[in-house]
Write a protein that binds this ligand. Sequence first.
Ligand code: ADP
Length: 309
Amino acid sequence: MGLISVIGSLNMDLVVRATKMPRAGETLAGSDFHLIPGGKGANQAVAAARAGATTAMVGCLGADAFAPVLLESLTAAGVDTRCVARLAGISTGTATILLEESGENRIIIVAGANGQVSEERVAAQWEHIAQSDLILLQHEIPLPTVHTVIARAHSAGIPVMLNPAPIYPIPAQILAQVDTLILNEIEASFLTDSPVSDPHSAGNAAAKLAGLGVQTAIITLGSQGALLFSAAGGEIYQPAFQVTAVDTTAAGDTFVGGYAASLLAGASPAEALRYASSAAALAVTRLGAQTSIPTRVEVEAFLAAHPSN
Ligand code: ADP
C-alpha cells in the first residue's frame, strides 16, 4: 500500500454552539463548548488514515497544552507524526468556530505554529517526504512552502493533490504541476473567475481548470454533490448522499482524504468519488472535525445501505 504525506496545518478547534450568532456588542448564552482536534492538514491525514491509507503528517505545533492533544489524535488514527515539530515560543494553531443550530458555521483561524512550516523546514524532511506515493497539500501553511513542494514533487515524479483552501491565487506554472485539484464552489469560482453554483457551472469550471494543466479537477458542491473533470476521462458527477446535517466542519477534508486514500488503494476515480462522498456525508452528521471522520468500516456499511446513490 502506498504512502500519503500530508504537508499542512494542525489546529485545535474551539467549538461554541448557540441557537443564533450574537450581533456586534451583544452577549449570548451558548449551549455547549468543545475542544476538538482540527486543521485542514491534520483532518485530511486522519481521513486518509481512517480510510485505510498509510499516512504521514508534516507540520508544526506550538509548545502549549494543545500540542500533545493534537499529536495523540493523529497517532490514535494511525498517522505517522515523526515529521511534526514542536516549536518553542509560539502558540499551536487555533480555529474558533461558532456553530449555529442550523449547522452553519463562522470560523476565525490563528495560524500560530502553522505559519512556521517554512520551505527550509520541509526541505530538511525531504528524505522522508520523497518516499511518498502521493503528496497532499492545502493553503493553511505559508504559500511559498506549498508552491515549492509542488514544484519539487513534480520534478521527483510524485503525484500532488492540492486542496487550495483557504483560496489564494495560484501561479500558472504551479497549477500546471498539480495532478488533482479538489476545491469547493467558492474556491473554483475564484480561480476560474466565473460563477459556480451547481453541477453544470461546476462542469464548465472544472474543464477550465483542466485546460490550465491540472490533470483532474474535482469541485465539491456541498449538498449538491461533487463533480470531477479530467482531460483523459471527461466528466463524472456524484450526487450527495441524503443525510441530516449536524455540523459541516471538515466535510471537505473528509472528502479529500477519503478520495486520496481510495485512489491510492487502486479505486477508479468514480469509485473514489463515491467513497469520498459517503465519508463526507457521514462526517456532516457528527459534531467536530477529527471526531466526525468515519472509518472505512463505517463508510462501507453506509455504502452498502445506499446502493443506488
Ligand atoms: P467544504 O466543506 O470544503 O466547503 P463542501 O461543503 O462542498 O466542502 O462538502 C464537501 C462534500 O461533502 C460534498 O461534495 C458532499 O459530498 C459532502 N457534503 C457536504 N455537505 C453535505 C450535506 N449537507 N449532505 C450530504 N453530503 C454533504
